[in-house]
Design a protein around this ligand. Structure first.
Ligand SMILES: [Zn+2]
Ligand SMILES: [Zn+2]
Length: 341
């Protein structure tokens, strides 16, 4: 790591304003939490894509999800990954973040200085989206949702096999298996991973169904799905796999499944107490964010001279990087990290 930042005589290219991350030479915000004139959006999760702004710009493969999140009437422009666009005094481009369909890191170049805003990202393979692209930059703004050394993920294939074994075991005794997961991204990733192992159909909650449809339109291969609410009354769910958002847990919606087990697929399941406290029968450790080793690897891969940490465990990650000689600091924002991941 170099001793001093090569552009330290300049004002920072991105600052935190009450509306969100702001790039003054480009006069736009990134993932703003209040309405602005021009918003560049990393991906369609609710804490990044919020309605009310006048114009939006996102990665092209995320267009369907952005319209669903922001409303069909929103003014959404898109750019293919890697294509450069001049906005006022800066050049911007979107690069795959590997997080969910259409998720992007945003690269901003101004007079030879390059900043990359990672948004949420992961390095693990995911059949539902383009793999993360390493983008060389001077300042890297990284997320830190799982920025603690305890967070390490297993191979996704093994997790998918584990989910199938759990489904099979419940099926063998006539129980249904209700698997809770984040409605955007995780559910589709599970359906895509399982499609490599079986062709049995799965049932889905209404909150997931329209998002599954967007992924299908984008050409993602997943298990066949059927909407729970469209199943004829009195039909037995014995032996079925049901995907639902965590909010459906404990609701009256659950009654129709009769005897069942519950599972939760999330990075938070790495901590055993989380599963017990929330009362799930099974926890599957599956995250759409980088684990601790991949956060460190990514910071190194970008060869950034400075790292700003936001979204999640900002202080522990920034502290660790500083101890290793990296010019790193937390960047205080209202992003809280994804509790449902
Ligand atoms: Zn996200
Ligand atoms: Zn997020």
């Amino acid at each position: 790591m170099s001793a001093s930042y090569p552009f330290q005589d300049r004002p920072p290219l991105i600052t935190v304003t009450p509306q969100g991350l702001y790039c003054a030479p480009g006069d736009f915000h990134i993932d703003p939490w209040h309405p602005v004139e021009r918003a560049l959006i990393t991906h369609a999760h609710g804490d990044h894509a919020r309605g009310g702004s006048r114009r939006y710009l996102g990665a092209r493969t995320g267009e369907g999800l952005l319209h669903r999140r922001l409303g069909a009437d929103s003014a959404i422009d898109t750019l293919p990954y890697g294509e450069r666009l001049r906005i006022n005094d800066v050049t911007v481009s979107f690069h795959p973040a590997g997080h969910v369909l259409g998720s992007a890191q945003i690269r901003i170049e101004h007079q030879g200085e390059v900043w990359v805003v990672s948004g949420d990202y992961k390095r693990a393979p995911d059949p539902t989206c383009e793999p993360f692209e390493v983008v060389r930059c001077n300042t890297f703004i990284t997320e830190a949702t799982f920025g603690l050394p305890i967070y390490r993920w297993d191979d996704t294939r093994l997790v998918a096999e584990d989910i199938l074994r759990w489904w099979d075991a419940n099926r063998a005794v006539g129980r249904s298996a209700v698997l809770f997961c984040y409605a955007l991204g995780k559910a589709q990733r599970i359906l895509a991973e399982l499609a490599r192992l079986t062709d049995r159909p799965a049932y889905v909650h209404g909150a997931l169904n329209s998002l599954v449809a967007v992924y299908r339109e984008a050409g993602v291969k997943m298990l066949p799905t059927q909407l729970v609410s469209e199943v004829e009354k009195g039909t037995s769910f014995a032996g079925a796999l049901v995907l639902a958002p965590p909010s459906a847990g404990g609701s009256t919606w659950m009654r129709r499944f009769g005897e069942h087990e519950t599972g939760f697929a999330s990075g938070w399941m790495r901590v055993r107490g989380n599963r017990r406290r929330r009362g799930f029968d099974r926890g599957f450790v599956l995250s759409d964010h980088a684990d601790w080793p991949d956060l460190l690897r990514t910071v190194a891969d970008t060869r950034a001279e400075r790292v700003l940490v936001t979204h999640g465990y900002t202080d522990p990650l920034a502290h660790y990087l500083r101890d290793k000689g990296v010019d790193a600091a937390p960047l205080a924002t209202p992003f809280e990290g994804e509790a449902e991941d």
